[in-house]
Write a protein that binds this ligand. Structure first.
Ligand code: B12
Ligand code: SF4
Length: 516
């Protein structure tokens, strides 16, 4: 490179956005939304950012030049790799800016371990352009408070920057924040308890854009697609709280408008979301979901006993037969449920594992995930656990357990919170056993009856197996050889899976109108 290009590069710094990952699969399941949203929030004067999603392939370090600006988004799970990328980019002479939930919670860590010149806390829509402008002026600040922006300020994603044929599902967010307060979840604390719901117009524009590009599977990347329950409306009515009632009614009406517009999209489209099981008691809502082709939903079941639900402040969930009924209600409206369960809760006992599998089967769940209680930063559980660990000297690779995300993945324990009656190994083995039984070929084949054609049944088996492999480091499979093997397997399976999800692009597709 001659001097002239060096100078030219410095005059207009190249913007990079990197989604870090230690494992790359060549093909991704869901588009990492933040990359495309921040690209949308990047002022035109900075040119088009160069996006790297390391779940596809590792960052090519030679693309980073002195004077460039590198934005890195991290959650706790990929923070360690994010820090490697940050240090490498800083050494290459770039200005390094971190953002995302983990950097929001630990800005100092991003600076000390990740080479960050600056950290954006909270939402990036306003703070990212401000940081870029300061950087270009040579006055980058160490911390930017991004706060919580209002829904009309959410940046639409720049889907034209997608590499064709790399992802199976597009992702569009319709709401940020959740009114609940589950102890293991950080969303209500970082994103707030007031639902910040986007108007249907912006959401549908993005979905149409994705369908024009050949995506017919869309993940509605929300934590809770049902932020206003019938009970919320009843409570506001009982309290004669007029303004709250009107606000809740408006949010609910907007949901129906969105679903009505989704229903007018091409009939091959399929949506997936995350939702609380309270929606099971709202047949009108479930019916609208069916019409909108929201064919799948992750439902946080977490625990099958009342004691377990109390452990995690989730007593709005049902248990026993009522739980099975609620989960089946989704199915009766054509919505497949991915049930999410947590093992290792203080009230869990050896028999909880079989009881959970039995509920998953009685409820006829299409998919299930069985995660072990992990104290994620930003949660009530984490704060309580960190306190109890203050005097604990245990370190792995020199890292205290309370900073578990900094421990190299292959050495990371799978169970952190001591259990009153079970050892960590027992919880891991029993969790693994439930995964193995739920995803045995016999059971998957039996469940595949939920779709009709032989091709669809084959796809169902493939997807079930790939899903299970992606979680293969659950349980006793903590060694790097096993993680490596499952990554290779998932990589091999990913390409045929991607083809199953791809659809014919529809460049002429029009945005449906909102009916009154
Ligand atoms: C969709 C989603 C998923 C998808 C991800 C698909 C994908 N390819 O993106 C799937 C289902 C795979 C998933 C899996 C998991 N997830 Co998840 N997921 C989400 C969810 C609901 C939405 C993420 C999203 O797309 N948001 C939309 C974008 C636009 O918002 P954003 O990422 O927050 O970005 C904004 C700001 O943070 C900021 N920003 C972000 N990055 C950057 C970078 C820079 C440089 C700047 C300036 C700003 C900035 O600007 C953006 C715009 O405002 C979030 C919750 C949430 N509300 O974010 C949980 C969430 C991120 N997941 C979480 C967890 C725990 C997991 C799992 C571990 C769950 C599990 N037990 O298996 C796994 C881990 C996956 C992994 N590989 O490590 C936690 C993370 C907690 C933590 N402390 O890290 C969250 C916060 C949910 C929760 N319950 O607490 N997840
Ligand atoms: S787990 Fe789900 S319902 Fe509970 S606070 Fe988090 S997003 Fe809301």
């Amino acid at each position: 490179m001659n001097d002239y290009t060096q100078v030219a590069r410095r005059a207009t710094p190249r913007i990079h956005l990197v989604n870090p990952s230690h494992v790359s699969f060549g093909v991704g399941v869901i588009t990492p939304r933040w990359l495309y949203v921040l690209a949308g929030a990047t002022p035109d004067s900075f040119g088009t950012p160069l996006l790297t999603d390391e779940t596809l392939e590792p960052l090519d370090p030679t693309t980073i030049q002195p004077g460039d600006i590198v934005g890195i988004g991290i959650h706790s799970g990929n923070a360690l790799r994010g820090y490697e990328v940050g240090v490498m980019a800083r050494r290459a002479g770039a200005s390094v800016i971190f953002g995302g939930i983990h950097a929001t919670l630990y800005p100092d860590e991003a600076r000390d371990r990740g080479g960050a010149h600056a950290v954006v806390k909270g939402d990036g829509e306003r703070a990212w352009p401000a940081a870029l402008a300061d950087c270009a002026r040579g006055s980058l600040q160490p911390v930017y408070e991004g706060g919580r922006v209002e829904p009309d300020e959410f940046s639409p994603a720049r889907w034209e920057l997608l590499q064709p044929g790399r992802y199976m599902w597009g992702s569009v967010q319709t709401v940020r924040g959740c009114p609940k307060h589950c102890s293991f979840c950080s969303v209500w604390r970082t994103d707030g308890q007031r639902p910040r719901q986007r108007g249907s117009g912006g959401v549908v524009d993005e979905i149409v854009d994705l369908r024009r590009r050949g995506f017919r599977f869309i993940a509605l990347a929300d934590d809770n697609f049902y932020p206003v329950t019938l009970e919320d409306l009843r409570v506001a009515e009982r309290r004669s709280d007029r303004s709250r009632l009107e606000m809740l009614q408006a949010l609910r009406a907007e949901r129906f408008t969105l679903m009505d517009q989704l229903a007018q999209l091409p009939s091959d489209m399929v949506f997936f979301t995350q939702i609380t099981m309270e929606a099971a008691e709202d047949p009108e809502f479930l019916e609208a979901m069916r019409r909108a082709r929201i064919k799948g939903a992750l439902v946080g079941v977490e625990a099958v006993t009342p004691e377990g639900l109390k452990d995690i402040y989730k007593d709005f969930n049902a248990s026993g037969d009522a739980l099975v009924e609620r989960l089946r209600a989704f199915q009766q409206h054509g919505i497949h449920v991915l049930g999410s369960f947590i093992f290792g809760l203080p009230s869990d006992r050896a028999q909880t594992f079989d009881a959970t599998l039995a509920v998953a089967e009685r409820a006829r769940l299409t998919f299930a995930q069985f995660v072990m209680l992990t104290p994620f930063p930003g949660t009530v559980d984490f704060a309580a656990w960190e306190k109890t660990m203050a005097a604990d000297p245990t370190r792995i690779d020199g890292i205290p357990l309370t900073r578990h995300w900094l421990i190299p993945q292959a050495l990371r324990p799978k169970v952190y919170v001591p259990h009153p009656t079970m050892s960590a190994d027992e919880i891991r083995e029993r969790t693994q056993g439930v995964w193995d039984r739920f995803y045995s070929l016999r059971r998957i084949w039996a469940r595949s009856r939920c779709v009709r054609s032989p091709r669809a049944r084959l796809a169902f088996v493939l997807i079930s197996k790939i899903y299970r492999q992606m979680y293969a480091n659950t349980g006793i499979a903590t060694d790097s050889a096993r993680i490596g093997r499952s990554a290779r397997w998932a990589r091999w399976m990913a390409k045929p899976c991607q083809r199953l999800f791809a659809a014919r692009p529809m460049p002429q597709l029009q945005v449906p109108s909102a009916r009154q």
